[in-house]
Design a protein around this ligand. Structure first.
Ligand code: ZN
Length: 97
């Protein structure tokens, strides 16, 4: 579902938003939690599907605690992600710099 949305969002953003709504509905209905890596693709402010370079901005900050700041370009909502655990996020940080 999310993989489909990811592929779709660049070409037809409206259809991708549809997938997100569907996935959220399903997860609530079956009481399953959306995996973290997919939850990051949904803005907490406007609940829209967001992708780096497409409709959100990522900034790295190393002041005190290293973290990513994700800014949704739809509503301007900021999400902070700490970079202390997991290698995946660290690689992401490297790519961004
Ligand atoms: Zn948003």
């Amino acid at each position: 579902m999310f993989e489909q949305a990811k592929k779709t969002v660049e070409k037809t953003p409206k259809r991708a938003q549809h997938y997100v709504r569907l996935a959220r509905k399903l997860s609530m209905h079956y009481q399953v939690r959306i995996p973290v890596k997919y939850r990051r693709m949904i803005c907490k402010g406007c609940k829209k599907f967001i992708l780096p370079g497409v409709n959100y901005r990522v900034r790295t900050r190393s002041f005190r605690e290293p973290h990513l700041v994700i800014t949704c370009l739809h509503c301007g909502y900021h999400t902070r992600i700490l970079l202390r655990k997991g290698g995946r996020i660290k690689r992401l940080q490297k790519n961004r710099n």
